[in-house]
Design a protein around this ligand. Structure first.
Ligand code: ZN
Ligand code: ZN
Length: 123
């Protein structure tokens, strides 16, 4: 399965998705085709940024490699300025001003709030 699809696969908790991604990346010699991009990167990076102290160094290396591949801090800032639609109300927000639910992988703005029926958290 392609890395972005693994990262966005709601069937598994997000930490399990990242575990699989990091393991596949290391097993295949850290090839760039295992890195995540776009919304998948946003989810993995935001989640890891919040929880990194609890997890393996390989996860941190994987996230850092994806970050570098995106263009480092310039690429990340550009991504945060991109506009996406809230899946709840349909309003458009910059990525930096919207949440992403790790349970269903839908965007949710602060007005719509976290999804009570979803497991996971809002990034
Ligand atoms: Zn909304
Ligand atoms: Zn949700």
């Amino acid at each position: 399965m392609e890395s972005n699809q693994v990262a966005l696969d709601c069937a598994l908790p997000i930490e399990e998705r990242i575990r699989r991604l990091a393991e596949a990346w290391i097993r295949d010699g850290r090839g760039s085709d295992h890195l995540v991009t776009g919304k998948a990167f946003f989810a993995v990076y935001s989640w890891h940024f919040r929880h990194w102290t609890d997890y393996d160094i390989a996860w941190a290396e994987y996230v850092a490699a994806s970050y570098d591949s995106l263009g480092g801090s310039d690429g990340w800032k550009a991504m945060l300025r991109e506009r996406v639609f809230c899946d709840g109300c349909g309003d458009r927000y910059r990525m930096e001003n919207i949440g992403l639910c790790t349970g269903c992988m839908r965007y949710t703005c602060y007005a719509c709030g976290a999804h009570g029926s979803c497991t996971g958290e809002t990034l």
